[in-house]
Design a protein around this ligand. Sequence first.
Ligand code: GZL
Length: 364
Amino acid sequence: MKRTIHRPQLLTRPVVVALAAAVVLTAGACTKSEDEASAAPSGSSAADAGQQVVTPEPGGKNCTADAYGAKKIDLKSATVGFSQSEKEANPFRIAETKSIKDEAGKRGVKLLTANAQSQFSKQISDVQDLLAKGADLLVVAPLNSDGWEPVLRAAAAKHVPIVTIDRKINATACKDYVSFIASDFVEQGKRAADQMIEATGGKGEIAILLGAAGNNVTTERTKGFKDRIAEKAPGLKVVFQQTGDFTREKGQQVTEQLIQSKPGIKGIYAENDEMGLGAEAALKGAGKKPGAVKIVTVDGTRNAVQAIADGWISGVIESNPRFGPLAFQTLEAFTQGKPVPQDIVIQDGAYDAKNARQDLGKAY
Ligand code: GZL
């Protein structure tokens, strides 16, 4: 699916959840006006609260409860099951889970939660368990893209609709799942490449700390980055790439190996902040000074944005994990019989030396 995305200014976003709601709700010719659909938190724009902004996709396909074969449900009296993929050691996951819980609480919706602790087999059994406990609707943050068939069959047998957030599952929209809400990860990779080109002057040897294998985020962030480098800075050569599994510990270990084998490395593209912070620790341990090796990462966690202010990281592309409002708006519209977009692409900001200090409060 072609994903078009606006390139937002550095975190100066248009508003917000009302737009998002309009996109989600008006897809079904909703009767609410934009400002009724979902107001930003009182006293501030949702952008200040870091809520997700949707990139309208007028030509996108929709899904309705009838087409999906879902039974009529009143969200207010329903039980929603949330399956989280990775352990809550990564601020991305902490913020993501908090956003889902906060939105359920705001709406007074009963929420059952499970965390797979980064083990795919556990995520499969977690979802089966949520179904057994009576979940009427599921929100799933998948660890992997493949292997979901058993869960999809079990949910379909119980007519339990699934909304997927963050990572994509290889299945059929509006049959196996209702809607997929996520960032544009190829675009994130391209924007990270732009920051790397700026930081390095477009010449020299660079390395990639790859995310975990088996999911679209890693493949798409890698593709976006490499395509952009090839297009804009052929003088930058990727001479090393290895997975750091999206963890700080592995990111540090791999970087320690990297600087042994490639002492002249000029830049490191870490496919998430945690690995980027691991790389920083490795460089510190090797006696390097801040900025000696240019680090660019993706997520937008507080620690990484602070590391920009401290000179260790050159740039961070945001990957906004606050899926709660959009996920529940999608469930609400869907259970009211309104068509919802099968693909909802959110916009992400970015941080660099120019805005890190002033926008630190928007990081998570
Ligand atoms: C991206 C998400 C990634 C984060 C990592 O949306 O799937 O998984 O970038 C996390 O921090 O491990």
